[in-house]
Design a protein around this ligand. Sequence first.
Ligand SMILES: NC(=O)c1ccc[n+]([C@@H]2O[C@H](COP(=O)([O-])OP(=O)(O)OC[C@H]3O[C@@H](n4cnc5c(N)ncnc54)[C@H](O)[C@@H]3O)[C@@H](O)[C@H]2O)c1
Length: 541
Amino acid sequence: MKHLYLTGNMGSGKTTIGKRLAKSLHIPFYDLDALVEQAAGLTISEIFAQQGETHFRELESKVLREVAHNPAGVVATGGGIVLNEANRAVMRQSGWIIYLKASPETLWKRLQHARNRPLLHTPNPQETLASIVYAREPLYQEADWIVEVDALTPTQAVEAVQCVYHPLSNAPLEVSVLPEQPYAYPISIAPGLRSRAARLILGRRPCTRAAVLTHPHLLSWAEPLLAQLRESGIPAQAITLRSGERMKSLRNAERLYEHLLRAGLDRSGLLIVLGGGVLGDLGGFVAATYMRGIPYVQIPTTLLAQVDSSVGGKVAVDLPQGKNLVGAFHQPALVLIDPELLRTLPARHWRNGFAEMLKYGIALHLGLWRRLQTMLDQGVLTPRRVRKDPAEWTLPIAQCVHLKAQVVSEDERDVSGRRALLNFGHTVGHAIETALGYRGWLHGEAVAAGMVAEAELGRILGVTPDTVAQELRETAERAGLPTQIPPSLAAEALLQAMRHDKKRAGDSLSAVLLRDIGNARLEPNIPQDAMEEALKRCGAS
Ligand SMILES: NC(=O)c1ccc[n+]([C@@H]2O[C@H](COP(=O)([O-])OP(=O)(O)OC[C@H]3O[C@@H](n4cnc5c(N)ncnc54)[C@H](O)[C@@H]3O)[C@@H](O)[C@H]2O)c1
């Protein structure tokens, strides 16, 4: 078990919430400020007054390093702990970091009469507080999760943090997608969630009949669900399909329509997809088009599908000319993510999903990027093996889901350029897959080499710093992912595949380029010769 570090500004409730949480979880509570006072034999105000802030910060780092080795517990940190990069690394290595976010107004209400806050001993403490909040925000944002506490009572805040740190099937971590839309839907994430799947599905979307689309070798996961549905009075049957990208075809969509007709599903029926991204995309496409659209639920069983393809409603089949060329936007009614389903997933497919996780980190979120690197440092995933313990994976999976949900909620139809950021590495990645005829390489592997090539493109165009491109390449290598395009592929063949790619606007080529870690932008009008040069530098012939 890892520590739970609560970070946030002074007044955000770290101590109150931390104490209650530790009690509820039956683990120790550590108050870092109190431990610093104990070590110094002085109050924090006295340390500031007599020895200065620098001395306080040194002592704080020393106490943090000691606490990091204690038995796992809840650690309420001081507001300034995040100022020091080494402190952030120590917290990441030894625990999960949850930021209790409160607005400057809430904080001021709580702190205006406080005497023991030396940083607020200024002529205009309210203004000082606001500027501290503003300056520290990007550092707090590096946390593994953010809980907004403005509108929460302490009891609600404790419950919210507990669902993040220790999600349970009856108290899962919840992420909402498209909250402003009538077809908003929740994503529930917890190890063991499958045991409550039928109840959650029928609670959300009552239906008269259900079909579960899955693979033959996943029937052992599907059968308990079918039994639960039947016990609830819903006729339910399994439809199985073989694995592989080549299954994502119009031919198979047609076969599925026939299955659904035979199973008697009409518009009051429900399709449940229990599988990876291929079944999710194909099943979602069938649900979008069968009888002009029926509801569907995603229960993703690969890491790639849990972090990416099950969320956001992009559903499609491939054509021989390219991937996902026939598709729709059709949001699921519910997504249930149970990381225990990944226990049977082969290591290569963990790396495949990890590539998409790296994409979220490098393109959207520095904190996630550092978390993934820490997982590599700690041997959770190596080129040889994977530690599949859900305790290591649940929160990083949830963070990817949350990032995707945010992006999709802002730009569902991929029109503003925001959702396009999720395609970092995919312009080249899809071209590699198409040029290989969807054989040999997995999607995430193509995306990994694609990200490296698109970072190289960014370097050539003077947008991506050398250090960022280098860090990406090294990190992907440490994860055992390919970073070179197969030399059997000619740059011209890849450019040809890109011409068919649906992300191409008119005649011009666009690509997502990195400006920094966690900061990407969609760039239109990419010169073809720059792309060709990047492809060749990355191994294409
Ligand atoms: N719609 C989107 O937004 C989106 C996003 C990213 C990727 N995708 C698509 O996702 C697809 C790739 O998905 P994928 O990587 O999940 O591939 P996949 O669905 O082919 O699954 C990979 C393999 O794992 C097996 N498998 C699945 N779950 C398992 C389990 N729990 N235990 C053991 N084996 C298991 C499958 O049978 C298959 O052989 C691509 O077609 C890609 O284009 C879509």
